[in-house]
Ligand binder design. Structure first.
Ligand code: NOJ
Length: 539
């Protein structure tokens, strides 16, 4: 496989609303990101995935865009955006923009036009259908609850919205739509960005009349066309958000020979703690054996025909240390363990802001404390259909998106140093003990484990290119694997439980590469402490 810069990168996701406010309005801004580039440089990352910063009415925090070529006033100006790209570049950091083109905002001029009349030139930019027997056209549901079809009085037709009513789906079958999107992408490419993260890209080939949403028949044709029309001949990185990907589908996207994307986000491992056939709110405990099986499959299946992304977190997912670790007694140990487990794998790792501090979920007592549209709509839908309030809140506290969106905890001053005003979403009250300032100053912090992992990746080809092999003879809750490159072999051992476990190290270890407890080079039979993790060189 031809080696590209992004094979060796570590990406840091910034959710601008919650990163750093500099003007006291309680909302993070571009100036805030610029002011924290030194922190990111010190951490060692070389790429930022920036969640949407475009003009938006914020029905879905920027994932509802009303102008792709303008900056949301709350975040700053286009001049500041240019400055961010420039300043980041000086620090050796590339900026990956969020490309949200499955839908726009209903306040986008295209949709304002489209809904005016059936013969408006923009009508076919969106997906309009006549009612069937006076009702929605079929049973497609919105991810944010309720039907995916919304009736529009003006023309007496329904439009499709896989997300909120304020996020009408674009009609990708319309060539004009595709051309507009490519032009917009080129506008940003010309500004010197490093690539795109593509929001729910697997739904652009949908066939709504057949209730097919992801993996539609023309999806890959569109992506190849996009590649040709925009980034294909440039050295950019692209990552598609694809909830419906299997390993075979992942190769269609990321096999370099097919000229589509650099890699995708697959979510199979992220759905292991929900009940089969139900949705994310229907909780189930994680079975570590399943996690091993799923991640090992992804590690080995792509071979030279694709590339993995590696992540536990993003702005839609709860905090990993709260989700599958222990965010109380073993917060530090379990956060480091998850970092080691992921960052020693093959693929491009993503760190979501605050993950490097071991930031935790932020439970709420009442739905009035929630900000996220998905959470709020689900609450009302489930409440109306007979669920108890406590039961719904339990799901929200486990999986709700606000858990990841509480502001970055920079220091122990008011609101964690995020803002001098009132934050748009409350800062997690634990900011006095969990914050960047303390973490940077403490060489044994979670932050320094991440920093070291990033450094190791930069200096050890085995992490980037080595083969992966699961070590099968382990206790169920121990996840251990080998990485091998030429003559070199590393063993990664992670205890995903609070219990101690015995493990025989099959070969003689020569060097301890990284660990989350003080220990000697482990040899022979070792006792793993709660959430213990280490990496040893065995050849
Ligand atoms: C996926 C994004 O990550 C999420 O935050 C958003 O709500 C949906 N796509 C819709 O754009």
């Amino acid at each position: 496989m031809e080696k590209k810069w992004w094979h060796q990168s570590v990406v840091y996701q910034v959710y601008p609303r919650s990163f750093q406010d500099t003007n006291g309005d309680g909302i993070g801004d571009l100036r805030g990101i610029i002011s924290r580039l030194d922190y990111l440089t010190y951490l060692g990352i070389d790429t930022i995935w920036l969640s949407p910063v475009y003009e938006s009415p914020n029905d879905d925090n920027g994932y509802d865009i009303s102008d792709y070529e303008a900056i949301m006033a709350e975040f700053g100006t286009m001049a500041e955006m240019d400055e961010l790209i420039e300043e980041a570049k000086k620090s050796g950091i590339k900026i990956i923009l969020d490309l949200v083109v499955n839908h726009t905002s209903d306040e986008h001029p295209w949709f304002i036009e489209s809904r005016k009349s059936k013969d408006n030139p923009y009508r076919d930019y969106y997906i309009w259908r006549d009612p069937v027997n006076g009702d929605v056209t079929n049973s497609l549901r919105s991810i944010f609850s309720g039907p995916a079809w919304e009736f529009d009085e003006t023309t007496g037709q329904y439009y499709l919205h896989l997300y909120s009513k304020k996020q009408p789906d674009l009609n990708w079958e319309n060539e004009l739509v595709r051309q507009e999107v490519y032009d917009m992408m080129n506008f940003w490419i010309d500004k010197g960005i490093g690539g795109f993260r593509m929001d729910v890209i697997d739904t652009i080939g949908k066939l709504p009349d057949q209730e097919i949403t992801n993996n539609g028949p023309r999806l890959h044709e569109y992506l190849q066309e996009m590649n040709q029309a925009t980034f294909g001949d440039k050295d950019l990185m692209t990552v598609g958000e694809t909830w419906g990907a299997t390993t075979e589908i992942a190769k269609l996207y990321s096999d370099p020979k097919r000229n589509e994307l650099s890699m995708i986000f697959q979510f199979e491992h992220m759905t292991l703690d929900q009940q089969a056939g139900k949705d994310k709110w229907d909780l189930k405990a994680l079975d570590v054996s399943e996690l091993k099986q799923v991640l090992s499959k992804w590690q080995t299946a792509l071979g030279d025909e694709g590339w993995n992304s590696l992540f536990w977190n993003n702005h839609d997912l709860p905090r990993i240390v709260s989700r599958w670790g222990n965010d109380q007694e073993y917060r530090v140990e379990s956060a480091k363990m998850f970092a080691i487990l992921l960052h020693m794998m093959k693929g491009t790792p993503y760190i979501y802001q605050g993950e490097e501090l071991g930031m935790t979920n932020a439970p709420i007592q009442d739905i009035s404390e929630a900000q996220d549209i998905e959470t709020i709509n689900m609450y009302h839908e489930r409440f109306a259909s007979g669920y108890r309030k406590e039961e719904i809140l339990q799901s929200i506290n486990a999986k709700g998106r606000d858990n990841a969106r509480t502001p970055m905890q920079w220091d122990e001053t008011a609101h964690g140093g995020f803002t001098t005003g009132t934050p748009w979403l409350s800062v997690n009250p634990n900011y006095k003990t969990i914050n960047a300032k303390q973490a940077v100053a403490d060489p044994s912090s979670i932050f320094h484990t991440y920093k070291r992992l990033i450094e190791l990746r930069k200096h050890n080809e085995i992490i980037v290119w080595g083969d992966y092999e699961l070590l099968i003879e382990t206790p169920a809750e121990v996840f251990a694997y080998y990485r091998t490159l030429n003559e070199e072999r590393w063993l990664i051992v992670c205890n995903l439980s609070e219990q101690t476990h015995e493990l025989i190290i099959p070969q003689e270890a020569t060097e301890l590469i990284i660990a989350n407890y003080d220990r000697e080079v482990p040899m022979g039979e070792v006792e793993l402490r709660p959430y213990e993790a280490f990496v040893v060189k065995i050849r």
